[in-house]
Design a protein around this ligand. Structure first.
Ligand SMILES: [Zn+2]
Length: 392
């Protein structure tokens, strides 16, 4: 168990002092069993002074009377502990709140919700799931919050069909709201539904259920017709069914729709263009995309396409133009490589490559997570479709 920090104990010490005064005021209305024994408070202080933080925490928690007035203090303290990673202690506090019979239902339900959050952080997903399902049944006030948390649980346990059901019910509730913000929220939920269908489709692919995977990818497009991920899945399925031309057209259309996602599907497109002998068509697609989006990565793809067709001079030109208009370490590395070893020291090329590889990592626009691989869901903040390649 993590040691509670001195700062937190200090806060609890103050909370007990304040809570005890409040609790004493309230005790004239509450039952005698909720009166605070001040001895616990002094005991906690002794533990604190002796450096026995674990025991001090326990004594203070017991000393702080639980009633309508001090309830929020307990909740705040519990969530503080959870945020600091002391989730075991947070669970103890919230479980002790739930054991009080005299709390009003609305506060019990709030403690329920907090305990579910503790379980999620502790990785006890089954227990969180059961708590949240009960809460959705029990409390209209907490239903929306509980549903949002339950969706997080479904995402973590990859239960995509339940995640979809919950998100669909969120969507029904959201579209019935008149506020302008509801429209934006509904759009976000639709995008999320599309991602859930894609996750589910890929799980079906792993189980060799191509038909199920195709139906789910089509449903993903129903939720978000501009989605790139469903097209990548459908293109894979097209190829398995011996339809490479359909797969190529699908991916080329997706790239034109969203050029910033082009590098995520380019390898598939290149191998399809080889199979179909469509190299010239592919090259002009990349030329069109580069005109729409000045991106060093697209420039490098175009240079490679020129080299494949033996147009080395054009490849050098396209990199040179990039270095003039928007220099980047990636372009520099490619320029050095293209100049060849008669001009350049090999270790210099390797150094530039290393620099470019380090800088072409993906970056999350929400939380700043960065890494070398692409994910549809950010491993840091769990947001969907937020990883981008910083243009350097
Ligand atoms: Zn993130």
């Amino acid at each position: 168990m993590a040691e509670p920090s001195t700062l937190l104990l200090g806060l609890l010490f103050l909370a007990v002092a304040a809570g005890w005064v409040l609790g004493r005021g309230a005790s004239s209305r509450d039952a005698a069993d909720e009166q605070t024994p001040p001895s616990q408070y002094y005991l906690g202080l002794n533990f604190l002074l002796d450096g026995e933080q674990e025991s001090a925490l326990k004594a203070f928690s017991e000393a702080l009377a639980v009633n309508a007035e001090t309830f929020e203090t307990h909740i705040t303290f519990g969530s503080l502990l959870r945020k600091r990673g002391e989730v075991d202690n947070a669970i103890k506090i919230h479980q002790s709140l739930l054991s009080r019979t005299r709390l009003p239902d609305v506060q019990k339900n709030q403690a329920h919700l907090e305990l579910a959050k503790d379980f999620i952080v502790a990785g006890l997903l089954d227990r969180a799931e059961q708590l949240l399902k009960d809460l959705i049944e029990l409390s209209e006030d907490h239903e929306a919050d509980a549903k949002t948390l339950l969706i997080d649980v479904c995402e973590a346990s990859r239960d995509w069909s339940q995640a979809r059901l919950l998100a669909e019910s969120q969507l029904t509730q959201t579209v019935s709201q008149p506020e302008p913000a509801a429209k934006l929220k509904a759009g976000k939920i639709r995008e999320k539904l599309s991602h859930y269908c894609c996750e589910d489709a890929e799980d079906h692919e792993l189980k060799n259920d191509a038909q199920g995977a195709r139906a789910l990818a089509q449903e993903a497009l129903k939720w978000n017709e501009d989605g790139v991920w469903p097209q990548i899945i459908l293109a894979r399925l097209d190829q398995q069914e011996g339809q490479p031309a359909r797969a190529y057209d699908r991916l080329a259309a997706a790239a034109e729709l969203l050029p910033e996602r082009f590098p995520e599907l380019v390898n598939e497109l290149i191998s399809l263009s080889t199979v179909l002998d469509r190299h010239n068509g592919f090259t002009s697609l990349v030329e069109r995309l580069l005109k729409r989006r000045e991106d060093p990565q697209i420039r490098v793809i175009l240079a490679d396409a020129y080299i494949v067709s033996g147009q080395d001079a054009r490849a050098r030109d396209v990199i040179k133009q990039g270095l003039e208009s928007k220099p980047s370490s990636l372009l520099l590395a490619r320029a050095l490589a293209l100049l060849g070893d008669n001009v350049i020291d090999g270790s210099l090329v390797a150094g530039a490559h290393k620099l470019a590889a380090r800088q072409s990592a993906y970056l999350c626009g929400v939380c700043g997570f960065h890494g070398p691989s692409f994910y549809w869901q950010c491993p840091g903040c769990k947001s969907w479709d937020t990883l981008y390649r910083p243009v350097r």
